[in-house]
Design a protein around this ligand. Structure first.
Ligand code: KG4
Ligand code: ZN
Length: 334
């Protein structure tokens, strides 16, 4: 079964063709990072305009790299929530037009299921249920995943997402956008014990997160040092920030695995590409006999393959979307 997956929920214009939910024939991603970099974060209006410019080329490239004609597709899957509504609408309009013209079923996909699914390409037999730590620029979630098409939210951020904190700290320090990969590299040369930053909600007895206070603590520290005429060691600042942030997500993912009695944790979302997160979680999971899995970096960040993968399972479950499929900023209530 050949599924075309389309993803435009944020600032990546992406399309992919996947066979039977596991074989990726093509996975085209056009990143808009360069257009947003000078603002130090995503500008929603620019994101939707760039999607409009790029979407048809990206889809065409996905189809030609896969070597397939539209006739050979069985369905078209598209991210319809959660995300920037203006961005989502572009992918939705493209998916609906193609599905209508080529008489193909349309399937709306939850972006978060897509992120979780990125792990299934390398490991179609990944244990179910398992715990997913979904960490991106828009989300920080602990999920109990019971099927490729179903999860229960166990914990979430009460303010900023972890990726957002990385991006804002990087912006404040003038390190560029997106901040995650830069901090990942720079932190390797710094001392994580140099500065004590708080790890909010570390002992909250639930699985929720908060990163706004940590971001403010970093900004306050740097400002105070500057005002006192002290030199700032950027590597030490980001290494200490990263340690404070990762401590909480690692603890809560392990707590969730214990609570639900599962032996596998999968990582997903852009921040899952972080080397310190992977190393720390694996190191702490091992003595508890918990296996940690993570996708290759190209499948951690937004892509169309993960949407086509979930689309395949939804298709097999009989799910079809109508032409009135809407774009929503939020997660479904259920
Ligand atoms: O999943 P994604 O591509 O888009 C959203 O759905 O948000 O995630 C993007 C986020 C950005 O905040 C970026 O800074 C972060 O993922 N990120 C990283 C790394 N690579 C990307 N954060 C930490 N370490 C990385 N290596
Ligand atoms: Zn994402």
């Amino acid at each position: 079964m050949n599924i075309l997956g389309i993803e435009t929920s944020c600032d990546d214009t992406a399309a992919a063709v996947v066979v039977d939910g596991h074989t990726i024939l093509s996975n085209i991603i056009s990143s808009q990072h360069a257009f947003h970099a000078k603002y130090g974060g995503i500008v929603p209006e620019i994101a939707s305009r760039k999607h409009v410019e790029l979407i048809l080329y990206v889809i065409q490239e996905a189809m030609s790299s896969a070597g397939l004609s539209y006739d050979a597709l069985d369905a078209i899957a598209v991210t319809h929530r959660p995300g920037l509504v203006g961005s989502l609408l572009v992918g939705l309009a493209a998916a609906k037009s193609l599905a209508y013209c080529h008489h193909k079923p349309l399937i709306g996909v939850n972006h978060l299921l897509g992120h979780v699914y990125a792990n299934f390409f390398a490991r179609p037999d990944v244990e179910l249920p398992h715990i997913s730590l979904t960490v991106s620029g828009g989300h920080t979630l602990v999920l109990h995943v019971t099927a490729p098409t179903h999860y229960e939210i166990l914990g979430h951020t009460v303010d900023d997402a972890i990726g957002e904190a990385y991006d804002k700290v990087a912006k404040f320090l003038g390190l560029g956008y997106p901040g995650g990969p830069v901090i990942d590299q720079l932190a390797k040369t710094g001392n994580p014990a140099a500065i004590h930053f708080p790890s909010p909600l570390m002992h909250s007895n639930d699985l929720n997160f908060s990163f706004s206070g940590l971001k403010t603590a970093v900004i306050r520290y740097v400002t105070d040092q500057q005002q006192a005429g002290q030199a700032i060691n950027h590597a030490d600042v980001v290494a200490s920030f990263q340690q404070a942030a990762l401590k909480v997500v690692v603890k809560k993912a392990l707590d969730a695995a214990h609570e639900k009695q599962v032996a596998t944790i999968t990582l997903s979302g852009g921040v899952a590409a972080n080397s310190a997160l992977r190393e720390t979680l694996m190191r702490e999971a091992q003595p508890r006999h918990v296996t940690v899995l993570y996708p290759p970096p190209v499948l951690c960040t937004d892509n169309g393959a993960m949407i086509a993968g979930v689309g395949y399972h939804l298709y097999r479950a009989g799910v079809r979307s109508g032409w009135d499929l809407g774009a929503y900023a939020t997660l479904p209530c259920a």
